[in-house]
Write a protein of this length. Sequence first.
Lengths: 199, 555
Amino acid sequence: MSETALSSGSACVQGQDFPLSRRQVGMLGLIASESAFFACFVVAYLLYIGRSRTGPYPDVLEVPYVATVCLLSSSATITLALRALREGRSRVFLVWWTLTVALGVAFLVGTALEWHRLIVREGLTISTNLFGTSFYSLVGFHAAHVTVGLLLLVTVAAIALRARVEPAHAERVEMVTWYWHFVDAVWVVVFTTVYWVGR
Amino acid sequence: MASLELPARSSIGPSLGERLHGWTTTVDHKRLGLLYIGTALVFFLLAGLESTAMRAQLVRPESKLLSPEVYDRLFTMHGTTMIFLFGMPMLFGFGNYLVPLMIGARDLAFPRLNALGYWLFLFGGMILYFSYLGGEGVVGAGTAPSAGWFAYAPLTGHAFSRGHSIDYWILGLLVSGFGTLATAVNLATTLLTERCRGMSLRRMPIFAWMILVTSFLAIFALPPLTAAQIMLLFDRTLSAHFFDVLQGGSALLWQHLFWFFGHPEVYILVLPAFGFISEIVPVFSRKVIFGYSLMVAATVAIGFISFGVWAHHMFAVGLSAPLNAVFSGASFLIAVPTGIKVFNWLATMTGGRIRFATPMLFCIAFVAQFVFGGLTGVMLATVPFDWQVTDSYFVVAHFHYVLGGGTLFAVMAALYYWFPKMTGRMLSERLGRWHFWLFVVGFNLTFLPMHVSGLLGMPRRIYTYPAGLGWEPWNLAASAGVLLQAAGVVVLLVNIARALRSGEEAGPDPWDAWTLEWSTSSPPPPYNFAVRPEVSSRRPLWDRKHPEDPDGRHE
């Protein structure tokens, strides 16, 4: 048959000349498009700084130091978890992984408290003024991505508790950590935009 | 090899239910590709009916055939459908079908994601068209969206677009956009990581390269549209103020975000068409593509520049003069790599033994019409000229030459070229010629006069026009052309139906072509290749047919 004539008989090594695996390229594709998505909301935020016609103005914001420390340090714990997994220390992996989940939850709790204060005490909602519109959209989309990341983390944790997560699964788990690092990096940009430049 | 054979079919064959189940649950890139192409053809017919209705309205001045509201919905739905529900899915459908075959892979990198992408696209299209039924909502304020395909703020705001029509537009495109994005990531991943042994990036067929660049464009260009649509959705449903000028918001932000998507989108729609031409022209000229490396480099250049030209859609908005100058200059720049491509196709044909089969005819018409549309594009990139003819029929003529005379003709070429591979049957050459000539004459009869009516001052998007302005003959001609194009579409459908029923057997390689998809049977088995191929040049089938003079030596 024609196709046998073309082949030298050996099975094909996939993507032999490309340094990344398909999971890695797929995840990078997702991250690239998500970056473009966030960039638009950041641009809108920067464009609308100081253009709100009515209050409350950005001075009602309090810098969320604790939440920021929680989220940024979760990038470290998830890296330690991945390293433990690669070394085959499942218990250590689970400890670091659970800690990452806890730090992520702590961040979301911080956001919830902040929003509660802004909505109830300051009377700032997405429809109050232009500041509310751009603030809740940008910070809200980030929080939504943290939530998705947490769902992924919890899924991995649940699998680890029910069955064994082994070094052979490290690449799949690593993809979750890439997403989590991305969410973290977005927070650095959001934090800079909202609490530093925009305040 | 025997273990790879499918179980023998029973003499009765699968029942209708089984077949339906097979098609709805499939993750095979070939079936999904055919679903994409078939669905896109259905949307093409819908958009064609919409434009036919518009041309019927414009055939004479002060016609009362359609009301202004109905007309506005028609041009909005026609544009939206052609871009999002015909163009992109048709091209990504071909990408889906051809990419794994061309690079010697068994499927895309993520087959299930591929199925998700298709069903999201179909669902999004259905949401958009459901607006004709459900858009009325409780307020009774109109059915389908009527704000044009680029849906400028603040016309789309709650104050000016009451009811739910714009919400359907947003949601439909949002959902189908997620599908397109998933497919783009999938195709890029496949091209980077699933190539067979020997298929280095520098040996990929040009079509594969075009899909790779297109996928990158989609990955970076679609999210801004999604973001803008979500902002609009927030404005409409949560009373946010992104595009609310009274609250300090900016209607201009919509235009920037939309065209930051919209201009790369043009290249998403035309690069795969370039790919079709670059595959078909060499085969029917019996020559290697001229300047492969330059072709790829020009594509990458177009990809980059396409992100820096969006404001040429906004010259009439009143941006500052330096900004206009920059975007005008960048738009001129894009003519350079595009020109390189055109000269490469011409150089490929020069001195070749050209076979004027239907796919080649469509390719030749493509080159001529695309160059024509490109030249009016250079004219429009000149700011003062743009000010003169902006929002006139001249612009309509320009982009129909690029996307209709360009992309659509390339899609037709691709349809005639790869139909034998996809179905195992040849399309009739005689009907193909009828289709081609009806299309060429009809297309040019429709859109050539629009240049004149545009220069005479006829604005686009008007539902009727007064007599005595000198626009009548041009509009009459344009409407007459539609009849020929419609006849061409009917001939195409007849051709497809007859070929499927009783077409001539195609065999694996009816065109004596050189890329890997022609090395397997027609249609290919579910696993594509019993043994994955190994290649040592850009034309693996040439090497097999001419072992005494393999290509690798000359590359």
